[in-house]
Design a protein around this ligand. Structure first.
Ligand SMILES: *Cc1c(COP(=O)(O)O)cnc(C)c1O
Length: 433
């Protein structure tokens, strides 16, 4: 063991400077983003469908995004949250349907379901921190319509088993790739396993334009439904004008178009995405390989480390008290981010990522004043469903005794050394040598 890393001097913390912010794309923003945004501004054409001198940034972004994923269609939207709503609406989700989703999630995944009048059906996770295929097969029922597979914290879980179950039960599969843009599973990019997939370009995601998102799919009809819904409820013609005549696409729109400014930034970031992801992945696995030598420390199961996009390292402890003490001690050693950031935290502190912290779900708040969709007669089947802590045992267990370290996309070798040193120092103190 390297003595230098196991100093007995507990008075001086391993580092005094905060670790960098966890915002992956932000650290890589620069001239390329500026140049493309400037083009849009100079052309005075920030709207994507027509303008004084249209630069076609959104078109270019969609084309490239679809190509990168080997998908026929891509549609830029103004957020991942909107993308989930649009994708579910395009799949025809409504009252009388349930959408199955894992209990480690983001609030947007639930709200998209509820706003459409459908019922969220919680599925437990497994050691991958993603949906458990076993629990999924237990939960599938006569009202199940869509499986929302969320690739949480940078990496997918047991994708192939989930795909198989969806085929077997004729369920649509929606992939939420918001936290795993650029990740893959055994060589195949996330977003290509199901019927439709949604990405987010919000500031915390692997590439970012501040806000924004993308929907990808292969089926023309699904794409055209998404298109109408994301806009004003109708198709558009070549000139970018609404086309009301096509009866298949007389729908209702949610006003979630992508602006040319957003698209310009996202286009510059897409060109850097794989480099950003490589930087996080290599830093994360350099750290993890060292920490795996600490016998008492557990880790999230990552089935394909090559496909991990790397923004988070999840560690698992024997119990809640040790998890909290370890995390507190790491922070005291300087393993923390700047004020207001989340660099090193217990999963208990991870807010709306856990189903039981979503109080609007736990308390079945309605989207309308009359309590809809919970009060819709078509949803009577869901009366016995519960949403409070205790509903999903593995989620509850892992939430109580695991911790999360964000891996910035600009970590230096020294940062990586400090993180490993601090973990070793704390482990020695808590577990002895
Ligand atoms: C961020 C996120 C979203 C929502 O994306 P926004 O662009 O912030 O609306 C959806 N799902 C997951 C899993 C996310 O992490």
């Amino acid at each position: 063991m390297n003595r230098r890393h196991t100093s007995t001097d507990t008075e001086s913390p391993v580092r005094s400077q905060p670790l960098p912010w966890e915002l992956p794309g932000a650290h890589w923003m620069g001239e390329e983003e500026l140049a493309l945004v400037e083009k849009v501004v100079r052309a005075r054409s920030p709207f994507r469908y027509y303008g004084l001198d249209l630069q076609h940034m959104a078109d270019r972004l969609e084309k490239k995004f679809a190509q990168r994923h080997g998908r026929k269609y891509a549609l830029g939207v103004n957020s991942g949250t909107a993308g989930l709503h649009i994708a579910l609406a395009a799949l025809g989700v409504g009252p009388g349907d349930e959408v199955l989703l894992p209990g480690y999630l983001w609030v947007s995944c639930i709200s998209a379901i509820v706003r459409l009048g459908a019922i969220p059906r919680l599925v437990d996770i497994d050691d991958t921190f993603c949906m458990s295929p076993e629990d999924l097969s237990r939960k599938i029922g006569p009202h199940s319509k869509v499986v929302m597979l969320i690739h949480m914290s940078g990496a997918p879980g047991r994708v192939q088993e989930i795909v198989r179950l969806c085929r077997q039960h004729k369920l649509a599969l929606l992939e939420d790739c918001a936290q795993a843009n650029g990740a893959s599973f055994r060589g195949r990019p996330v977003g290509t396993f199901g019927d439709i997939a949604v990405f987010s370009f919000q500031l915390n995601k692997n590439m970012s334009s501040g806000e924004g998102g993308m929907i990808i799919c292969d089926r023309e009809d699904l794409y055209k439904r998404c298109f109408a819904i994301h806009d004003l409820g109708y198709a558009r013609n070549e000139a970018g004008r609404l086309d009301f005549r096509n009866e298949r696409y007389q729908m209702w729109g949610v006003g979630s178009r992508m602006s040319e400014l957003t698209a310009a930034m996202a286009l510059a970031q897409l060109n850097k995405r794989d480099r950003i992801v490589r930087a996080m992945r290599s830093a994360k696995w350099a750290i993890r390989r060292q920490l795996e030598k600490i016998p008492q420390l557990g880790f999230r199961t990552i089935l394909d480390p090559e496909g991990d996009s790397g923004p988070f390292l999840i560690t698992i402890y024997p119990d809640r008290a040790t998890c909290q003490a370890f995390t507190d001690a790491l922070r005291a050693e300087g393993i923390r981010g700047p004020e207001g950031s989340y660099a090193c935290l217990t999963m208990e502190e991870w807010g709306l990522h856990w189903y039981f912290n979503n109080l609007s779900l736990v308390n079945r708040r309605g989207f309308t004043p009359n309590g809809w969709p919970w009060t819709d007669p078509a949803n009577a089947f869901a009366q016995s469903y519960t949403y409070g802590r205790g509903t999903l045992p593995t989620c509850d267990d892992l939430a109580s005794r695991s911790a999360l370290l964000t891996i910035a996309s600009c970590l230096t070798r020294q940062d990586i050394r400090d993180i490993v040193t601090a973990f070793r120092k704390v482990a020695d103190r808590i577990w002895g040598r």
